[in-house]
Write a protein that binds this ligand. Structure first.
Ligand code: GLN
Length: 192
């Protein structure tokens, strides 16, 4: 089982390292063939408009959509969550549109560009998780098949829809690997 981390831009190296710590096979991927060789894919944090443009330029977006059609689990963090969304408020930027959610970019405002919070996340056992938010988006609408996993105040910051996982925060920037383990369980389930 091989996890791919999309490595066009953003903090992909931290995601690779997080999965290496868990002893799973993981690689940084940026070409369509490399994406298609994965069993699951992580879309990192970074700048969603930049990652989107590079996805189009290098044909990687099509490869990710093919991978999704094969049923592979895909996890987007922060900018990656924006790329997974079907709708992005006040933006026509390119996106994969795989998840039936609407997101709002930079939703916590300029005054709080980044912050940390202890969050209970549905499906993540053993108590609250320390989460790091950096110019984070939030989910402002969910489709009927989407399960909310975590909220900050009244803002949805983690959700799952079948094979797709979206987190507005950055588990790869902490030492707690429980969200990575959650994603690995999604991969195990998808393989029956
Ligand atoms: N604000 C960024 C965007 O809209 C996301 C920030 C991040 O990934 N840390 O793409």
């Amino acid at each position: 089982m091989r996890i791919g981390v999309l490595s066009l831009q953003g903090d992909f190296a931290e995601h690779v390292q997080a999965f290496e710590e868990l002893g799973v096979e993981v690689s940084a991927v940026k070409r369509p063939e490399a994406v298609l060789a994965c069993d699951a894919l992580v879309l990192p944090g970074g700048e969603s408009t930049t990652i989107g443009k590079l996805c189009v330029r290098f044909g990687v977006g099509e490869a990710i959509l093919d991978l999704a059609r094969r049923g592979a689990p895909i996890w987007g963090t922060c900018a990656g969550m924006i790329l997974l969304a079907r709708e992005i408020e006040e933006s026509d930027q390119w996106r994969l549109g795989l998840m039936d959610i609407t997101v709002r970019r930079n939703a916590f405002g300029r005054q709080v560009e980044s912050f940390e919070a202890d969050l209970e996340i549905a499906g993540v056992p053993e108590g609250p998780l320390r989460t790091v938010f950096i110019r984070a988006p939030v989910i402002t609408r969910i489709g009927p098949q989407v399960e909310v996993l975590a909220s900050v105040e009244d803002k949805i910051v983690a959700a799952r829809e079948g094979q797709y996982l979206a987190t507005a925060f950055h588990p790869e920037l902490t030492t707690d690997r429980r969200v990575e383990q959650f994603f690995l369980r999604m991969l195990e389930q998808s393989n029956g």
